[in-house]
Design a protein around this ligand. Structure first.
Ligand SMILES: NC(=O)c1ccc[n+]([C@@H]2O[C@H](COP(=O)([O-])OP(=O)(O)OC[C@H]3O[C@@H](n4cnc5c(N)ncnc54)[C@H](O)[C@@H]3O)[C@@H](O)[C@H]2O)c1
Length: 314
């Protein structure tokens, strides 16, 4: 498939971003990646994409890439993703997640980007909500600097749209999981548990294990990012609508790994983390024609197998 349009993906060396790069390339787009490799890996970057090891906090370096590449679309996934770190170091988080995003928005305005797709969060933007699954019309009252930063960028997007006509789609993800997620990070419980189970280490559970999240498979998320190119300007939840607790996950891992006993170590709760969340994706179904295709049992098994294969190859 030949497509002369070009898309710049920030964070394209990371977990989700690298899957998007693959998906856009498979549709014939030219793809350019910007990533400072702080958590991403150069091995994740598809060799068919052009890679720039640039930090989004440098306006000048980004401007050089925009000038040289003249992209049609921007997909912004680069971020400081560690919610707990955002609580400890809110200024560090804001510098990357707010000011870095603002650099990209300003350049997108200057270079006439046709659509700005933004990786927002559904898990950390609503705060604690009574009625689940939560819809996009529920007020966003984030309980962490990470969530506040994501909401700030959504508000900037609205400003750039209203005042400068920049077209955008913000995707509020649930907890995304799948191959290539960092098992040594602090975010991404499924990847972390895969890593620990394969090394026969206990899974650490913060609190009692009854906190629920909405787990969505990375290939479904990549599909949402393809559909977003055609979608009407706005904000869309990308999740399954289902709540799964940490202890439920352990149960699913028993099946996926074939291990009868998975040791669990309970640790004190972390600040800034909500108790329950599940996202309604009714709007995405209606307006993007998107719905999740991968049940958690299937996605979790695929993910575990991928990590097991990787562990074998070491
Ligand atoms: N994983 C999830 O469950 C989830 C949920 C909601 C939203 N998101 C968002 O999706 C995006 C991708 O997350 P991910 O899970 O793939 O994490 P990731 O850490 O694998 O990807 C982030 C990428 O951004 C790069 N990066 C970080 N700071 C940078 C900087 N200053 N300049 C340039 N590049 C920088 C990293 O090197 C990495 O490759 C993030 O914006 C994250 O906030 C993720």
């Amino acid at each position: 498939m030949v497509n002369l349009e070009k898309i710049l993906v920030t964070g394209g060396a990371g977990f989700i971003g690298s899957h998007l790069v693959d998906a856009y390339l498979s549709q014939g787009f030219q793809v350019v990646v910007v990533d400072n490799l702080s958590t991403g890996r150069v091995e994740n970057v598809n060799p068919q994409a052009r890679f720039y090891p640039v930090d989004i906090t440098s306006f000048a370096d980004l401007a050089t890439v925009f000038k040289k590449e003249q992209p049609d679309y921007l997909n912004h996934h680069a971020a400081q993703i560690n919610l707990r770190r955002s609580v400890e170091e809110p200024v560090f988080d804001g510098r990357i997640n707010i000011l870095g995003s603002l650099n990209l928005l300003e350049l997108s305005r200057q270079f006439g980007i046709k659509k700005f797709i933004f990786a927002s969060t559904g898990g950390a933007i609503y705060g604690e909500v009574d009625n689940l699954p939560v819809g996009e019309d529920t007020p966003a009252l984030p309980l962490s600097p990470y969530g506040v930063a994501k909401r700030s960028v959504e508000l900037y997007l609205n400003y750039y749209h209203q005042i400068w006509g920049l077209d955008y789609v913000a995707l509020r993800y649930g907890n995304v999981y799948g191959p290539r997620q960092d098992p040594t990070g602090e975010a991404g419980v499924i990847a972390i548990f895969c890593g620990r189970i394969l090394k026969n280490q206990p899974c650490l559970v913060f609190g009692q294990g009854n906190k629920t999240r909405d787990y969505v498979f990375v290939e479904d998320v990549a599909q949402a990012n393809l559909l977003a190119l055609q979608a009407a300007c706005g904000i869309y939840n990308i999740g399954t609508g289902k709540e799964t607790s940490v202890l439920d996950l352990i149960g699913l891992f028993r099946k996926a790994s074939g291990k009868k006993e998975i040791p669990v170590q309970f640790e004190p709760e972390k600040k800034g983390e909500i108790n329950r969340i599940a996202l309604s994706s009714r709007l995405a179904r209606e307006k993007l024609n998107w719905s999740p295709q991968t049940p958690l049992t299937e996605g979790l098994t695929k993910t575990y197998k991928w990590f097991a294969q990787k562990e074998k190859g070491k």
